[in-house]
Design a protein around this ligand. Structure first.
Ligand code: UDP
Ligand code: MN
Length: 383
């Protein structure tokens, strides 16, 4: 009898081992994020001005540490369980479809319903922000809030009522491109949005052009009371990080995130659900995964709340080739950008009233294309 039980136990154990092996081979962990595509996040990790990370940060900050570290089978199974619970595609599998068919309006949306946070820094007030104030912000003053890190008399004068409703917030965050400084600004943006009572939170960088009409059309397709996180990832697979769960316990975690440089939006319904990790805790949540602000948003939404990112091809950062955005489809695009891509100047390719020398970002030409009645747009312009 004892012998038979022993044999059964042995058989059961062998069966379980075989099942484990099958799961492991059928559903392999995603490969690490390629350094090239993850540049923005990884560069941000390098600390101020791309310097080496501060002592103590290097373990999670170095790109190699983003690679999956599975210390035990149980850790691996808990990750698989979570991935399935979130109803995501298999790790490393095909990305979720972008956009899908255009949705009929779920609710009518007025400009005042949307809170657009523009992240900037003192040294870019002249170099970048003035161009935005001249172009898209000038048309959407009541929606736009500027988050910076230093006082600036010229900016204050330019944005004072009645010209702008004074929507400039000095975050008092450090003027550095470190992940802590960037998370500090995102935390202030989030708090201001919650206090505003508006329906939608959108974040953009100061090198983004926002086509507000297209933005309103897009957001009107979703109810703001439901869980909506929409934007464009810059990686082609979920980012892999190590999450600190207690004083001496780390575990791997992977999730999609919308790159901050392309802009993204979050519904009020979802933003309120994020509050246990975001309201007054955003910086400590960012510290748990030691990744920059936009990754932290993805971590809270996808990994902690189980809400999948809605991918939209209408958001654009300079981490993609902007020349591929057809000038004929500018009306539909929600955000545009300019900057560098693979060490080359990267901007929208379009003929317009301004030469590339006079308008290297192409934002002035784009603005005249979208708002031809703008007084400073040449009237004889041919597009
Ligand atoms: N930024 C900042 N502090 C800095 C440098 C940049 O807040 O010291 C902001 C900048 O204003 C922009 C965003 O961070 O909104 C991204 O900066 P940038 O476009 O220079 O870098 P990217 O990450 O896009 O390469
Ligand atoms: Mn940028």
């Amino acid at each position: 009898m004892l012998k038979r039980c022993g044999r059964r136990l042995l058989l059961a154990l062998a069966g379980a081992l075989l099942a484990c092996l099958l799961v492991l081979t059928a559903d392999p962990p995603p490969p690490p994020v390629p350094a090239e595509r993850g540049r923005r996040a990884l560069r941000s990790l390098a600390g101020p001005a791309g310097a080496a990370p501060a002592p103590g940060l290097e373990a999670a900050a170095a790109p190699v540490a983003l690679a999956r570290e599975v210390h035990s089978l149980s850790e691996y199974f808990s990750l698989l369980t979570r991935a399935r619970r979130d109803a995501r595609p298999p790790p490393g599998g095909a990305p979720r479809p972008a956009d899908g068919p255009r949705q009929p309006p779920a609710e009518s949306l007025a400009p005042h319903d949307v809170f657009i946070a523009v992240k900037t820094t003192r040294k870019f007030h002249r170099a970048r922000l003035d161009l935005l104030l001249e172009t898209w912000i000038s048309r959407h003053k009541e929606m736009t809030f500027i988050f910076t890190d230093g006082d600036d008399e010229a900016l204050a004068r330019r944005t004072a009522p009645p010209s702008l409703p004074g929507n400039v917030v000095n975050t008092n965050c450090s003027a550095a491109h470190s992940r802590q400084a960037l998370s500090c600004k995102m935390a202030v943006e989030y708090d201001h949005f919650i206090e505003s009572g508006r329906k939608w939170f959108c974040h953009v960088d100061d090198d983004n052009y926002v086509n507000v009409r297209a933005l309103l059309r897009l957001l009107a397709g979703y109810p703001h009371t439901q869980d909506v996180y929409i934007g464009k990832p810059s990686l082609d697979r979920p980012i892999q990080a190590t999450e600190r769960v207690s004083e001496n316990k780390m575990r791997p975690v992977h999730f999609w995130f919308a790159t901050g440089g392309a802009g993204f939006c979050i519904s009020r319904g979802l933003a309120l659900k994020m509050s246990p990790w975001a309201r007054g805790h955003f910086m400590s949540t960012a510290e748990r995964i030691r990744l920059p602000d936009d990754c932290t948003i993805g971590y809270i939404v996808e990994a902690l709340l189980g809400v999948p990112l809605i991918r939209s091809g209408l958001f654009h950062s300079h981490l993609e080739n902007l020349q591929q955005v057809p000038a004929s489809e500018l009306h539909e695009q929600v955000t545009l950008s300019y900057g560098m891509f693979e060490s080359k100047r990267n901007a929208i390719h379009m003929k317009g009233p301004f030469s590339v020398e006079a308008d290297p970002s192409r934002f002035r030409s784009i603005h005249c294309h979208l708002y031809p009645d703008t007084p400073w747009c040449p009237h004889s312009a041919v597009f």
